[in-house]
Design a protein. Structure first.
Ligand code: NVA
Length: 380
């Protein structure tokens, strides 16, 4: 392994080069290296999950009643069909851009299952970003806090086995029991000015992969209604000294997944949610900070599981090309203005299910090595 430095714009990048003869079926260190292979989720068989307090803390309030009433039933078939069509367009675009696309298998989300003191039905396998974390050549199955997502990684097992046989490292975080002690059943939303309360406790480690953003040796994270300190501590110890996990707090009383709040687009280029990031973390000193334009999703468009800031949830194909929602003209114009090459794709019907291009994907292989993109990290 060789080590060197290069400077891109104002950002100093400490680089390593790795022996190219090592097989690397899984290799992704950040959000922007050239994308070669990706998993894209599926919406087939998506169901309203069993109702639980953990959902109450994160779903838009106007959806709670609907979720309670429809728990354990499929989402409307016409909405699934519309989202599926957009996923096919997305896959077509990715393949046209030279990316190999892989898909999970469909699970029966209506099959009841349970832990020692609870039962649930499932949700979907639409958002691989939430459930699997790729760090370098390793894929980690995450210990999800939602009971309705307990077996979601099963949809990816054929791929996980294939990647393992091809040489990848495959790990699973301790599978939490998700007992009642894992949740604060007295949870209520924190009022402005109060410290943010999360619905999960520190009983066992839980985290969703989407609460982490990878920037080489530095991983940016948030605590949320699915990711606790215990989970972050587990990941820190698991990854060891080669990585530094930086935990930030944002202005988000319903925090679940960092990728509609803080999105590193390329070395030295950060997209932020101006309502949630009130102070840009010091680590980004010297980076260009772009404020996401106000979302334009109309009020009549159903968003079951996300805020409208899902407009920030773009996918970088390299440091220039970025997949963005076709109707989101303000975001397309802004990205062009900032020097990127937007690739529009219809995705608003998929957005209804709680995610956009970043959520719907898991980058398996990007061409690049483990680098450092920040200066003076140890002094922060
Ligand atoms: N929970 C976030 C979406 C994350 C992709 C939000 O509702 O804005």
């Amino acid at each position: 392994m060789k080590i060197g430095t290069r400077t891109v714009d104002k950002i100093q990048i400490t680089t390593t080069t790795v022996d190219a003869s090592t097989p690397r079926p899984v290799n992704s260190h950040n959000e922007w290296d050239l994308l070669e292979e990706v998993i894209v989720g599926i919406v087939d068989g998506a169901c309203f999950p069993s109702w639980h307090i953990a959902l109450q803390a994160t779903l838009p309030e106007d959806q709670h009643e609907l979720f309670r009433a429809n728990a354990g039933r499929p989402f409307p078939p016409e909405q699934i069909a519309a989202a599926k069509e957009e996923l096919e367009e997305f896959v077509h675009i990715l393949e046209g851009e030279g990316v190999r696309v892989r898909r999970p298998v469909r699970l029966n989300q209506l099959q009841p299952y349970g832990g020692l003191n609870w039962t649930s039905t499932g949700l979907y396998t639409a958002m691989p970003r939430d459930v699997l974390l790729v760090i370098g050549n390793e894929i980690i199955e995450c210990p999800l806090a939602w009971r309705s997502r307990y077996y979601e990684t099963c949809g990816y097992k054929p791929l996980l086995k294939e990647y393992f046989h091809a040489g990848a490292k495959w790990s699973t975080a301790p599978k939490p029991e998700l007992k009642d002690e894992q949740y604060d059943y007295a949870w209520t939303e924190s009022k402005p000015g109060e410290p943010v309360r999360h619905v999960i406790t520190e009983f066992e480690p839980t985290f969703d992969a989407a609460d982490f953003m990878r920037c080489g040796r530095d991983i940016l994270a948030q605590k949320s209604n699915v990711t606790n300190d215990f989970g972050i501590a587990w990941l820190r110890r698991h990854l060891g000294d080669r990585y530094r996990i930086h935990v930030f707090e944002f202005n988000d009383p319903h925090a679940m997944h960092i990728d509609a709040t803080l999105v590193p687009l390329a070395p030295g280029k950060l997209l932020i949610n101006p309502q949630r990031v009130l102070q840009v973390p010091k680590i980004f000193k010297g980076w260009d900070v772009f404020h996401a334009p106000k979302p334009i999703i109309p009020p009549e468009h159903t968003l079951y599981m996300t805020s409208k800031w899902i407009n920030m949830n773009v996918l970088m194909l390299d440091e220039q090309r970025v997949v963005v929602e076709r109707q989101d003209e303000p975001m397309i114009a802004a990205l062009k203005n900032w020097g990127f090459t937007p690739i529009p794709c219809n995705f608003r019907n998929f957005n209804s299910f709680g995610g956009s291009f970043h959520c719907a994907t898991l980058d398996i292989r990007r061409r690049g090595n483990l680098n450092s993109y920040f200066l003076d990290v140890d002094e922060l």
